[in-house]
Ligand binder design. Structure first.
Ligand SMILES: [Zn+2]
Length: 286
């Protein structure tokens, strides 16, 4: 990757079609001298913000979209990720790092080498401040090439997912002991690549609306699935595990009662993210 190319694109300000993207008028983001970005509201603009995160999967005034050029790159990159996932297998894809993904893509014709415009697109998206399109969470994975150290994760039987050793696995095992077969691990460790795939897929489904995508899925680098967190569900509940109906389940009620549900994204949080009652905040693994 030619760093200067990227900087030139970024300096031109149109890399993601966000040329005129001043921050929405209702919000300002503190310079990140502290770790956390913070959102501040002018008086009653809070109600506009809350409407967006409650109606997270709709288009709203002020949402930020990819331009036509980058919409094309989103589609071609996403298709390549789909082929890559098929080639390496679902489980391995959770742990795949960026450099290895590039190497595999260029080695296997069934995937095909990432083009320079695609790489510029992915790099720009990764390093762009997500606050520009309305996501205000922290960024635990700072580098595009950050890896999941394989010795630090374990595969969780019958789930296809991985968890970090230490607190995440201990938390999961405690939960599993309490709830037995009622509880399922719906998502564990996710690499930068896996998060790219999920985020681009959501952005595609959202018609290129980055803001809408980021209300449901953390942009690559910003997901705590990269360092510790995981999602739980009620066995047999399928996709409802990822809706507010999850709060009606035995799993949710039990975990809440016992104090296990420290949520990363509580209802009406100020991070620009929808309510995610299934997402367990583990914190850092050390
Ligand atoms: Zn989650």
């Amino acid at each position: 990757m030619n760093r200067r190319d990227f900087l030139r694109v970024a300096a031109a300000g149109s890399a993601l079609g966000m040329a005129s993207m001043a921050l929405p008028v209702y919000a300002s983001v503190k310079a990140s001298s502290s770790k956390k970005s913070q959102i501040k509201f002018k008086d009653d603009d809070l109600s506009d913000y809350l409407k967006k995160v409650r109606q997270y999967d709709e288009d709203h005034v002020g949402d930020v979209y990819f331009d036509e050029y980058n919409w094309g790159l989103l589609k071609s990159s996403l298709e390549r990720f789909v082929r890559l996932q098929k080639m390496v297998g679902h489980g391995n894809f959770y742990l795949l790092d960026f450099d290895e993904a590039l190497r595999l893509a260029s080695t296997y014709p069934s995937v095909g080498e990432f083009t320079t415009p695609e790489l510029n697109f992915l790099e720009t998206l990764f390093y762009e401040q997500a606050a520009i399109y309305g996501f205000y969470g922290e960024k635990p994975l700072k580098n595009l090439t950050d890896r999941i150290p394989l010795r630090e994760v374990v595969k969780v039987p019958n789930s296809g997912n991985y968890l970090y050793r230490g607190k995440p696995v201990e938390t999961w095992e405690a939960i599993r002991k309490i709830l037995g077969p009622d509880v399922v691990l719906t998502s564990g460790v996710r690499s930068v690549i896996k998060q790219f795939y999920l985020f681009l897929n959501k952005a595609y489904e959202s018609g290129g609306n980055l803001s809408r995508a980021s209300r449901s899925l953390a942009p690559p680098g910003y997901s705590f699935h990269g360092i510790s967190d995981f999602d739980v569900g009620q066995a047999g509940y399928g996709q409802y595990n990822f809706t507010e109906r999850f709060v009606l389940t035995k799993v949710y009620k039990t975990l809440r009662e016992l104090g296990y549900l420290t949520l990363r994204y509580p209802r009406d949080n100020l991070l620009g993210v929808r309510f995610e009652p299934w997402h367990i905040k583990v914190g850092t693994r050390v």
